[in-house]
Design a protein around this ligand. Sequence first.
Ligand SMILES: Nc1ncnc2c1ncn2[C@@H]1O[C@H](COP(=O)(O)OP(=O)(O)OP(=O)(O)O)[C@@H](O)[C@H]1O
Ligand SMILES: [Mg+2]
Length: 234
Amino acid sequence: MNELCVEERVETTVEAARLSKVYWDGDRRLEIFKDVTFSVPKGQGVVIFGPSGSGKTTLLNLLTGLDRPTEGRVRVEGVDLGRLNEAERAEFRNRSLGFVFQFYHLLPEFTALENVMLPAFMRKPRDPESRVRDRAHALLERVGLKDRARHFPSELSGGEQQRVAIARALINDPRILFCDEPTGNLDLERGLEIVELLSGLYRREKKTVLIVTHDERIAKMADRVWNMVNRRWQ
Ligand SMILES: Nc1ncnc2c1ncn2[C@@H]1O[C@H](COP(=O)(O)OP(=O)(O)OP(=O)(O)O)[C@@H](O)[C@H]1O
Ligand SMILES: [Mg+2]
């Protein structure tokens, strides 16, 4: 069987079709990107590389339904996000997707453990609290923060907050994980641990992982790497 055959049989999970995004600054038109088309095969780790300001966060916001494209279409697991209303999109995200935001977005009034647990409480049906708590503890241990469970975000370093955000993204055992610069604030050693953890998610656990990053180490371990250069994809 040749490679093309195998490729065609692979299921895709995230599909972008001719996506464009324009922001308006008063009457000045800012075209961030245009005609972006790609599909992410199920169970792969895909990295999108691009310089600062090239539109990586904007793209993730479109792929996860947090923002709408100016033109084009996003389908996730066959669902056209443009056809869902806000409540349906929120439910879909909570059920199937995990995110690691570039700036973490941890809730300051909750501890690290509670932040990790929160997405599980927005799910229906809800798991019993004791089970969620055990899972959150295990995830914090997995990201090297066993001893920080009771700390509030203001008592954590940037890198520690980033790792809490990764644990939180995994609490609902998502099929697809989106990560925006997940090693952006980590030192070499911690960064490598996270690279290892993320690559384990697609290599061993067969999750689909889409990462935007500047980190060459992540790119080296990815199944595919796409570059965003001069508002075009290569
Ligand atoms: N809400 C907005 N209104 C207007 N312009 C915006 C808005 N959000 C982002 N932009 C602009 O869109 C461009 C892309 O921003 P984006 O945050 O997606 O870049 P990025 O590739 O994630 O950058 P970085 O690597 O620094 O995180 C930037 O030039 C930014 O100024
Ligand atoms: Mg960004």
